[in-house]
Design a protein around this ligand. Structure first.
Ligand code: NAD
Length: 256
């Protein structure tokens, strides 16, 4: 379905971004990957699906590096048809104890990077008359949790950016939507499971159950594969008039 298209997925060396990159590659899209950690391993997993894969190591907190990544993608593949703004980090502390440099980093990586990549991707999408921008927000783009001020602020901001981008392009073939996962068992969340296990003297399994039980009525983690399938839906013809939604896949979290 996406043969001949190019998808750029930020933070795609791990977790949800890797899952979305693989789902889009399985539909035939060439992939521009980004992120840190096991770059070669992640790149090999996507390339195994038979598409062209390139990588750019832009630090998403740096607008100048984001611009270099977008230019590299355009130079290698002509243009970016599908932009998935996914890179993100977390830090947990009460507002009065929240380190200001962690606040700045979360706002830059989780929110401002989506603005920079979007503003740079839009002109080519508009000229082509087709484009998909998918922002991986969070259920924390819709509701709050204690000790996550920067994350909740950034994700609410991403949902706002999604709506404005969708409206500004509403009469064109360019759509913009957000995905709002609940708990997904990625390295980002495993750190929170580990912290709970250590603080309360629990096993890994009991800490996971406690984490789910506090927020997610289904008592199940959403998977990167399920989120990848939603991204594919947004890119399908059935998604042509889906504009500005913040679609939660959260096991009922925000329904409460
Ligand atoms: P993860 O830690 O597995 O992946 C994060 C990715 O972002 C990695 O590839 C990492 O290298 C990359 N990254 C981090 N900082 C970066 C930077 N400065 N520049 C470039 N890349 C950077 O985490 P994940 O859970 O897969 O998170 C992906 C997105 O999903 C995030 O935006 C997160 O907020 C969101 N999300 C996660 C959950 C969850 O439960 N895991 C729930 C809702 C939303």
């Amino acid at each position: 379905m996406l043969k001949g298209k190019t998808a750029l997925v930020t933070g795609s060396t791990s977790g949800i971004g890797l899952g979305v990159a693989k789902a889009l590659a399985a539909q035939g899209a060439n992939i521009v990957m980004n992120g840190f950690g096991d770059v070669a391993g992640a790149q090999a997993e996507v390339a195994a699906l038979g598409v062209q894969v390139i990588y750019h190591g832009a630090d998403m907190s740096q607008p100048i590096e984001i611009a270099a990544m977008m230019a590299y993608a355009a130079e290698q593949f002509g243009r970016v048809d599908i932009l998935v703004n996914n890179a993100g980090i977390q830090h947990v502390a009460r507002v009065e104890n929240f380190p200001p440099e962690r606040w700045d980093a979360i706002i830059a990586i989780n929110m401002s990077s989506a603005f920079h990549a979007t503003r740079l991707a839009l002109p080519a999408m508009q000229a082509a008359g087709w484009g998909r921008i998918i922002n991986v927000a969070s259920v924390h783009g819709l509701v709050a949790s204690a000790e996550k001020s920067a994350y909740v602020a950034a994700k609410h901001g991403v949902v706002g950016l999604t709506k404005v981008t969708a409206l500004e392009n509403a009469t064109s073939g360019v759509t913009c939507n957000a995905i709002c996962p609940g708990w997904v068992l990625t390295p980002l969340v495993q750190k929170q499971v580990d912290a709970k296990a250590a603080a309360l003297g629990l096993s890994n399994d009991d800490a996971k159950k406690l984490l789910l039980g506090e927020k997610e009525p289904s008592m199940q983690f959403t998977t990167p594969e399920e989120l990848g399938a939603l991204a594919v839906f947004f890119c399908s013809p059935a998604g042509n008039n889906v504009r500005g939604v913040a679609w939660n896949m959260d096991g009922g979290w925000a329904a409460q």
